[in-house]
Write a protein that binds this ligand. Structure first.
Ligand code: NAD
Length: 319
């Protein structure tokens, strides 16, 4: 009977699916420290993984391991080279992890375009009358240009929402064909700089790779319009935090929405935490009741399907 480790908390719906399946023996491991994972994981045939880094030191001890089922779609916390070399499969929640992140991007865009919590505070603080002036910086989304960088699962959900707001959508993704973008109502941008020059809003939905690390740095931000807004819900490090903070402070761009950080949780002295031009969330783009439940079920089901020899090709990462 395969032994399964559920590494890190996940929604009870997914845990129940594994625990109630008599064909598996499973255990929840909440302590995701490296020492604990090295001590615990060697006895397991398969693991689910949310947070926690599974590096080569840990994997080298896991002689029985056949599969890792990621709770999510990013896999920068796993040593994929080791997995490939040792024929350990990597699965992701390919079908349930895009609606909530796309909605979260819209939440950030709308919040920034409508002045964050400024109005709410004004009403509560008795400043109703004092904001009846004509100098608000809020702006309409209609007719604004958004550049979606990374036109995968989330990008494809995001475009529909942006078109609903009558925005003009550009997409930069060298790996997606022009006709696929056009069939969804977007315009393919061949050169990143051209897109950055045109866009009012830039949203990133790319994996963290050697190619995407620091893809938005000071040089790229300098190309953007003065009114530009950058939204990063992909991975910390794709947007250089220091460069973004400097650019906002020097009014090179207008605002930003940041869900993911170079270091998570961010240090207290991370300057973005004090920057009023940024809306922040704690890597929470999937934190809806629906998404957390569905992701946990898909994570568990992927693992069950793997051991029963019927895992969907869409869920297997080509590493
Ligand atoms: N904040 C969150 O909670 C949260 C939730 C889900 C996903 N994510 C992150 O968002 C990323 C995207 O998710 P997805 O499901 O859309 O993934 P996906 O794999 O479906 O799409 C990623 C897209 O990025 C493109 N891409 C890769 N390198 C690129 C580059 N250099 N320039 C432009 N495009 C490039 C790929 O071609 C692909 O189309 C994930 O890798 C993950 O890191 C974060």
């Amino acid at each position: 009977m395969p032994k399964i480790a559920i590494v890190d908390k996940m929604h009870q719906d997914g845990i129940n699916l594994l625990k109630n399946n008599p064909k598996f023996e499973c255990e929840v491991i909440e302590d995701i420290s490296k020492n604990n994972l090295i001590a615990k994981l060697p006895e397991f045939d398969g693991i689910t993984l949310r947070r926690g880094k599974v590096d080569a030191d840990i994997l080298a001890k896991c002689k029985k391991l056949k599969v890792i089922s990621r709770h999510g779609v990013g896999f920068d916390n796993v040593d994929t080279k080791f997995l490939k070399k040792n024929n350990i499969k990597l699965l992701v929640t390919a079908t349930t992890t895009s609606v909530s992140p796309a909605e979260h991007i819209m939440f950030m865009i709308i919040n920034i375009s409508k002045g964050k919590d400024f109005f709410d505070k004004a009403v509560r603080n008795g400043e109703f009358e004092s904001i009846m002036h004509m100098n608000h910086q809020n702006f309409e989304l209609s007719n604004k240009k958004i550049l979606i960088i990374g036109f995968g699962r989330i990008g494809k959900k995001l475009i529909k929402r942006c078109l609903g707001f009558e925005m003009k959508v550009y997409a930069y993704d060298p790996y997606v064909k022009k006709n696929e973008i056009e069939s969804l109502g977007g315009i393919k941008v061949e050169n990143l700089n051209d897109g950055l020059k045109e866009a009012d809003i830039i949203s990133l939905s790319v994996p963290l790779t050697a190619e995407t690390k620091n893809m938005i740095n000071f040089d790229k931000i300098k190309i953007m319009k003065k009114n530009a807004v950058v939204i990063n819900t992909s991975r910390g490090g794709v947007v250089n935090e220091k460069d973004l903070n400097d650019a906002l402070n020097n009014k090179i761009i207008y605002g930003a929405g940041i869900d993911v950080f170079e270091k998570e949780p961010p240090d207290n002295n991370n300057p973005l935490l004090k920057n009023k031009k940024v809306i922040l969330s704690p890597h929470a783009a999937t934190f809806t009741q629906e998404c957390l439940s569905k992701m946990s079920i898909e994570t568990a089901q992927n693992l069950i399907d793997f051991f029963e020899g019927r895992v969907s090709k869409n869920s297997i990462v080509d590493i």
